[in-house]
Write a protein of this length. Structure first.
Length: 126
């Protein structure tokens, strides 16, 4: 999945199983509701890039580009994740279980909220 906020378009690529999806471009918010199985997902904003690669199970996701914030809500199982803002790289590798995540590129901060479990390598900031 690629979210292109400047055009208000949402692209679904590779194998995606979406039970219900609502796109509200006037508010800059994209919501994936109910159970969603995504094999590959990319969220690209002007100030950075968020890539969810390999098998990802997302129950709800909200993208708020006007605030520079990406929120992954509810239970999320990520095998590999790379957050690459302009000022550096933050990589989460191996199996990661994230309940809620906020990416704030304008302040170059990555916030992990609620429960997070990291197995193997945890966080490497270059």
């Amino acid at each position: 999945m690629a979210v292109v906020p400047e055009s208000g378009r949402v692209r679904l690529e590779d194998e995606v199983d979406v039970r219900e999806m609502a796109v509200v471009p006037e508010s800059g918010r994209v919501r994936l509701e109910d159970e969603v199985d995504v094999r590959e997902m990319a969220v690209v904003q002007e100030s950075g890039r968020v890539r969810l690669e390999d098998e990802v199970d997302v129950r709800e996701m909200a993208v708020v580009p006007e605030s520079g914030r990406v929120r992954l809500e509810d239970e999320l199982d990520v095998r590999e994740m790379a957050v690459v803002p302009e000022s550096g790289r933050v990589r989460l590798e191996d199996e990661v279980d994230v309940r809620e995540m906020a990416v704030v590129p304008e302040s170059w901060r990555v916030q992990f909220e609620a429960d997070m479990e990291v197995f193997g390598k945890d966080m490497v900031r270059e």
